[in-house]
Write a protein that binds this ligand. Structure first.
Ligand SMILES: Cc1ncc(COP(=O)(O)O)c(C=O)c1O
Length: 461
C-alpha cells in the first residue's frame, strides 16, 4: 500500500495557510488537496499538499432541501433524555472543530509516531487518513465485510506484519458494530483502538454504548447538530491531556453567521432573518470589498490570508494542523448543550424508516442494511443502486442532497485491496434522514428518489 501511495501521491510542504497555491496532479490531473503530512510528530501550522481531490465532488451548489441539520426553534423543544446513549455520556470530552482533528488527537494520545502503522478501514472518507500522517505514521487499509464490519482475519494479517500501533474502527452510517472481538485483538497485541463515531453520535449495541469500547472515540458533531463546525474527542477509559484554545472572534463570528445563514436559506427562523437582514447585507458588502481589495493588492498573496474557519466544514477532505488546538465555537458548544437529543434520535429513526418504506419495491436498488437495529441512530440512509451514475445524475439534476460515501478512496485503495469497499464506493447512494427535515421536505425527497430510480430502470442500460 505504501508503494501504491507513493506512486500516486507526491507530498510537498506548502507553508502555513489553508488556501495555499493549488497544484495539478501529474498522475490524475486533479487539483491537489492540502493534507497534512509532517515529517515527524504533530506540528501546528504544517500544511502539506497531496494528490487527493480536495473536495467531495458530488456535492451540488444548492439543494432543494437541507442536506444537513439546520437551526430552527423546534430543535430546542423536546426531552433532554434520548432513548439511546450519546457519545458524550460519562466520558472525558474535548469539543474541537472536526472529527478528523479528533482522530489526530486520539492517535497522538496513543503515542503514534514515525515508523508506526495505523490501520484504517479500506472503506473510508479520505479525511480519515491525513491525521495519521500528521502524527508521522504510515497508513495501511484493512478489508471490511459487505455490511461494512471490520474483517478481523485481514486485521490479524496486517498486525502480523508488525508496527501496527493503532486501529480505527468505524460505525458506518450510524449502525453500531460489535467491537468486542476487535477490542480483544487489540488487547492481545497491545494496540490502541480509536472508535470512529463520526456517523454514530448516539447508539448502543447489545447494551454497549457507542464510544465506550475504544481507548478513545471521536465524533463529528456537525453531522448530527445544526452547527457549522464541530467534532469531539472523548474517552471513558483515559483522562484527556489536551488543552484547547479559542480560535478568535473572526472564527466565532463566521461559525455563528454560517449556521444562521444555512437556516435562513431553507426558510427557518424567519423573524430572526428579518431582524438580521440589514446587518447581514452590510457584512456581505464588507466581505466582498475586503476580498476584492485583497485580490487587487496581491493575487496569490491575498489568498494566503489565514482562513477564519477550517475547510473541514466545507465538504473538503483536507486536514489543517493549525486547528488541532482550537476549541469548537461558542455557538456550536451552546447548541450541543441546548437542543433536544431525544428529538434528534426519534426523528432520525423515524425518517430513516419512512424512507425505507417509501423506496420499498423501487427498481434497481436495495437498502445496505435489511433493518434498522433498535440501538441505532442513523447518520444517513444508505441505498445500494444497480446504476449509480445514472441515478445520481438524475438526483443531482433534481437538486436532491445525497452523499456517495466511499466513492473517492485514498489513492491506491481499489478492488485489489478490498472488493467490498470498491463495490460499496461504486454503488452506494446515501440520502439524508436528519432531524431538521419537515413533512413536505421528506415527501418531496421520497418522491424524487423513487422517480429517479424508476426513470433510470425504464431506460435500457
Ligand atoms: C467515517 C468518518 N470518520 C471521520 C470523518 C471526519 O469527520 P469530519 O468531517 O468531522 O472531520 C468522516 C467525515 O466524513 C467520516 O465519514
Amino acid at each position: 500500500m505504501r508503494k501504491d501511495a507513493e506512486k500516486y501521491t507526491k507530498y510537498k510542504k506548502c507553508g502555513a495557510t489553508l488556501s495555499s497555491p493549488r497544484m495539478r496532479c501529474p498522475n490524475l490531473g486533479t487539483s491537489y488537496g492540502c493534507d497534512a503530512k509532517p515529517k515527524a510528530g504533530p506540528k501546528g501550522g504544517a500544511c502539506y499538499i497531496s494528490c487527493m481531490p480536495s473536495t467531495n465532488a458530488s456535492t451540488p451548489a444548492r439543494r432543494a432541501i437541507p442536506p444537513v441539520p439546520v437551526l430552527s426553534l423546534a430543535a430546542f423543544a423536546g426531552a433532554r433524555r434520548a432513548a439511546l446513549p450519546s457519545l458524550l455520556d460519562g466520558a472525558d470530552v474535548r469539543l474541537v472543530t472536526s472529527g478528523r482533528i479528533a482522530i489526530g488527537l486520539a492517535l497522538r494520545a496513543l503515542g503514534v509516531g514515525a515508523g508506526d502503522v495505523v490501520l484504517v478501514p479500506a472503506y473510508h472518507s479520505p479525511s480519515m487518513v491525513p491525521p495519521a500522517h500528521w502524527c508521522g505514521a504510515d497508513v495501511a487499509f484493512y478489508r471490511v465485510r459487505s455490511d461494512t464490519a471490520p474483517d478481523l482475519a485481514d486485521i490479524e494479517a496486517h498486525v502480523a506484519k508488525g508496527n501496527v500501533k493503532a486501529i480505527l474502527a468505524t460505525h458506518f452510517f450510524g449502525i453500531p458494530h460489535d467491537l468486542a472481538p476487535l477490542r480483544a485483538l487489540c488487547d492481545r497485541h497491545g494496540i490502541g483502538l480509536v472508535e470512529d463515531c463520526a456517523h454514530a453520535f448516539f447508539g448502543a449495541r447489545d447494551g454497549v454504548a457507542v464510544g465506550s469500547v475504544g481507548d478513545y472515540a471521536i465524533g463529528s458533531t456537525m453531522k448530527f447538530f445544526p452547527v457549522y463546525e464541530g467534532g469531539c474527542l472523548v474517552s471513558r477509559r483515559h483522562r484527556l491531556d489536551v488543552v484547547l484554545h479559542g480560535a478568535g472572534p473572526g472564527f466565532e463570528m463566521k461559525a455563528a453567521l454560517n449556521a444562521l445563514e444555512a437556516a435562513f436559506a431553507y426558510g427557518r427562523l424567519p423573524v430572526l432573518r428579518m431582524l438580521l437582514a440589514l446587518p447581514l447585507r452590510l457584512k456581505s458588502a464588507l466581505w466582498h470589498a475586503l476580498k476584492s481589495r485583497g485580490t487587487r493588492a496581491g493575487g496569490a498573496g491575498a489568498s494566503a490570508a489565514p482562513a477564519l474557519a477550517p475547510s473541514s466544514s466545507d465538504s473538503s477532505f483536507e486536514f489543517d494542523a493549525r486547528w488541532a488546538d482550537k476549541r469548537s465555537s461558542w455557538l456550536s458548544r451552546t447548541v450541543l448543550r441546548a437542543v433536544s437529543p431525544a428529538r434528534i434520535v426519534a426523528r432520525r429513526r423515524r425518517n430513516y424508516l419512512e424512507l425505507q418504506r417509501a423506496l420499498d419495491g423501487a427498481p434497481g436498488c436495495r437498502p445496505l442494511f435489511d433493518s434498522l437495529p433498535d440501538g441505532a441512530c442513523p447518520w444517513m440512509f444508505p441505498l445500494l443502486v444497480d446504476r449509480p451514475q445514472d441515478v445520481s445524475d438524475a438526483l443531482l439534476r433534481a437538486g436532491v442532497p445525497m452523499t456517495r460515501f466511499g466513492a473517492t478512496l485514498w489513492p491506491g485503495v481499489d478492488a485489489s485491496v478490498c472488493a467490498n469497499s470498491a463495490d460499496l464506493g461504486r454503488r452506494l447512494i446515501a440520502f439524508p434522514c436528519h432531524q431538521a427535515l419537515d413533512d413536505a421536505e421528506r415527501a418531496w425527497l421520497h418522491a424524487q428518489a423513487r422517480q429517479a430510480l424508476e426513470a433510470c430502470a425504464a431506460v435500457p442500460a
